[in-house]
Design a protein around this ligand. Structure first.
Ligand code: ADE
Ligand code: ZN
Length: 339
């Protein structure tokens, strides 16, 4: 009988909610600042890390956008992405679906092509050298207007083959999914799948809007959906995946205590939940740390952990045959792992 920590470590899994800009570790931030001659308002890595004390989502976003200033060249985006994929592979992530925020870069004068070229090259190299597959999801910043999102979509069209879906992130409250209805329709018509952050800080109605107006294939977070029992029933009946991020929820005060995290209630309500790291450089851990945190706080058993891993494959945007292959790797792991 092995410990559940080592079971988690070896468990094959996918990560479906990960902002590449949120993987910018302080050490890399300082290295890129030196490389690009960007002044940072912190004297040291320790001083920067000490600032990671957030009262809510906006506190975090202010630092997160400030940090992106060091990302300037194709090589910077490559280094950032490759470093994440190495860490993910070490956590036995076999497939990652990675968010990026083009507007956080294009609004600073970095061309869209510079961003996507670096991300895409790292993804291809990591597939070849580490054996991890990945897809890219382009998010619109919801605190900006729909016209800006539309301009970003237009820039993305020539790169369509490198981007699987559009998403919606940044400051949630006051920026409902309905604000982006037309641009999502246009993106879907162009062949992009859709996802959206909803119900992280915003109400259950935002989750409903994301389903009905944006026609999303997954809800990112979705915690507040639990406030509405009819919505929970609908999410369960539709098998709608939720990409839940436990350490993020704790750091951003979405939950006060990990023992109060809704993940177990979500599993008990037959929701298709997955566990993810969101912005691991800021929230204290990569995907396995998130699995460990909920396992301990909510007393999850081995079957719960297997359900979470299986859900991560089923909820991915891979082809059915690719999902079947990953489920096969999971079955091999279970067959050879005692306990
Ligand atoms: N951008 C990066 N992380 C985010 C989060 N947790 N919620 C909304 N926008 C984000
Ligand atoms: Zn997120």
């Amino acid at each position: 009988m092995q410990s559940l920590d080592s079971f988690i470590a070896g468990l094959p899994k996918a990560e479906l909610h990960l902002h590449i800009e949120g993987t910018l570790e302080p050490e890399l931030m300082f290295a890129l600042a030196a490389r690009n001659k960007v002044a940072l308002p912190y004297g040291s890595v320790d001083e920067l890390r000490a600032a990671y004390d957030f009262g809510n989502l906006q506190d975090f976003l202010d630092l997160y956008y400030q940090g992106t200033a060091v990302l300037q060249t194709e090589r910077d985006f490559y280094d950032l992405t490759y470093a994440y994929l190495e860490k993910a592979r070490a956590d036995n992530v076999l497939h990652a679906e990675i968010f990026f925020d083009p507007q956080a870069h294009t609004d600073r004068g970095v061309p869209f092509a510079t961003v996507i070229d670096g991300l895409d090259r790292a993804c291809r190299d990591a597939q070849a050298t580490l054996g991890i597959s990945s897809k890219l999801i382009m998010c619109f910043l919801r605190h900006l207007d729909q016209a800006a999102a539309r301009k970003t979509l237009d820039q993305a069209l020539v790169h369509k083959h490198r981007i699987v879906a559009v998403g919606l992130d940044s400051s949630e409250v006051g920026h409902p999914p309905s604000k982006f209805r037309q641009v999502f329709a246009r993106a879907r018509d162009a062949g992009f799948l859709a996802v959206a952050h909803a119900g992280e800080e915003g109400p259950a109605e935002y989750v409903q809007e994301a389903l009905d107006l944006l026609r999303v294939r997954r809800i990112d977070h979705g915690n507040r959906a639990l406030d509405d029992p009819a919505l929970v029933n609908r999410l369960a009946a539709e098998g709608m995946p939720l990409t839940v991020c436990p350490l993020s929820n704790l750091k951003l005060c979405v939950v006060d205590d990990m023992m109060q995290h809704p993940l177990k209630r979500m599993l008990d309500a037959d929701l298709m939940v997955t566990v993810n790291s969101d912005d691991p450089a800021y929230f204290g851990g990569y995907v396995n740390a998130n699995y460990r945190a909920v396992q301990q706080a909510l007393n999850l058993d081995r079957d719960d952990l297997v359900t979470l891993a299986r859900n991560s494959f089923e909820a991915s945007f891979l082809e059915p045959a690719e999902i079947a292959a990953l489920n096969g790797k999971l079955a091999d792991y279970l067959a050879t792992t005692p306990g």
